[in-house]
Design a protein around this ligand. Structure first.
Ligand code: GDP
Length: 369
């Protein structure tokens, strides 16, 4: 009976006449949905397919035009970063693009960090990192979009700072911006609101708009591709494998100088000089860490890459770049960061080397933990 069709997403009665009312489905989509036995209203359909908004590169002309629009709008900027990969989340020059608009910093994927780490401390750390990157956020909020942690609180904070303005969500790809906006949509949209997709004026870029009560909007911008992300050297399958899904269990090693740890086949850490010392590794729990002697490490890598040392898997070795070495001399306790993978915390008074695939960065920062 066509009069009693319901959306399998929200349960609203399907109708094809009024796009502003619940359950609206265009006629063509209705036919298709019936045929595939998968009938969604337009709103739920968009929610389900939402992650498919195409990312853009930072040098994309359209994207630069979009940023200048943001600067000219009177708005609150919500800048979403991955706290597990802060450096890979940086949008170069963001402080210039936002003009005088306030920036609210949201550290996503809070669930990946050890529960024992005090959240207030983590927030301070995040604020500090933002300052180093030239940003002065008006506030810093930690959330987990995936676990739905602190999303209500984030919405309160957004409401407090936006003061009857539009809100733009910005972030590089893979920080979890879509997951976050989806959570917000779920919480915000009673049936009354309708999410709309439209284009930024004068560009080819899509945006998602969520209407707010006062006539203003939450606007999601396309994800920005970061050139140095691990995503560029690993296949989607391997990338998934090295990206942590659960709370990270730190792994401690007692090392002597001239020892090496391989991080799968994607990175390598050499302990060069210092005392017998404990180092702590923060990577996906399933990623194999293998300890060996420095003197033997080159040979070991050549022999076992794609087998014991994986990812990359054997069939993806072609096109996988060689590892490049960078040396660090540490006068204080520091994290050696393997961008997109994780980090190793090293005590003061040591020299180490980090190896990452050509095109990916390694760097040193003050220890987070
Ligand atoms: P976007 O490119 O920024 O829109 O990122 P997505 O929303 O597509 O998420 C990228 C990846 O991060 C996906 O594998 C998500 O499952 C994962 N992700 C997103 N939010 C969280 C989170 O709060 N915690 C964890 N552990 N993973 C998340």
């Amino acid at each position: 009976n066509r009069d009693d069709l319901r959306c399998i997403g929200c349960g609203a009665k399907i109708q094809t006449t009024d796009p502003k009312e619940p359950g609206y489905t265009p006629q063509s989509a209705l036919e298709k949905g019936l045929k595939n036995n998968e009938l969604y209203c337009q709103r739920c359909f968009r929610l389900r397919h939402y992650n498919e908004i195409a990312p853009v590169s930072l040098s994309d002309d359209d994207f630069l035009r979009l940023l200048s629009q943001i600067r000219n709008d009177n708005a609150l900027i919500v800048y979403v970063v991955d706290i597990f990969d802060f450096n890979g989340s940086i949008i170069p020059g963001l402080h210039r693009f936002v003009g005088s608009n306030p920036v609210l910093l949201v550290g996503n994927k809070e669930d990946l960090l050890p529960r024992s780490l005090r959240r207030s401390k983590l927030r301070d750390w995040l604020r500090q990192q933002a300052n180093l990157a030239g940003l002065r956020p008006i506030d810093t909020v930690l959330v987990s979009a995936k676990k739905n942690h602190q999303i209500d609180y984030l919405l309160e904070v957004i409401d407090k700072y936006r003061q009857e303005r539009d809100v733009y969500f910005v972030g590089v790809t893979n920080v979890g911006k879509s997951t976050l906006v989806n959570q917000i949509i779920k919480q915000q949209t009673g049936i009354k609101e309708l999410i709309t997709t439209s284009k930024f004026p004068g560009t080819t870029l899509d945006k998602i708009e969520i209407p707010l009560d006062d006539g203003h909007r939450l606007i999601d911008t396309p994800g920005i591709i970061h050139q140095h992300q691990m995503a560029h050297v690993l296949s989607a399958k391997d990338l998934k494998y090295v990206s942590p899904q659960k709370e990270i269990k730190p792994r401690t090693y007692q090392l002597d100088p001239e020892q090496t740890i391989f991080i799968g086949g994607v990175a390598r850490f050499d302990y060069l000089t210092g005392h017998h010392a404990g180092i702590i590794a923060y990577f996906d729990n399933n990623l194999l860490l293998h300890r060996t002697k420095l003197a033997n490490a080159d040979h070991f890598y050549e022999k076992h890459l794609g087998e014991l040392l994986t990812p990359p898997t054997k069939d993806e070795l072609k096109g996988f770049p060689p590892l490049e070495r960078q040396e660090f001399h540490l006068s204080e306790k520091s994290d050696i960061v393997f961008e997109g993978l994780g980090w190793i915390t090293v005590p003061a008074g040591t020299s180490v080397a980090a190896w990452v695939p050509k095109g990916v960065s390694s760097l040193v920062r003050r220890a987070m933990i």
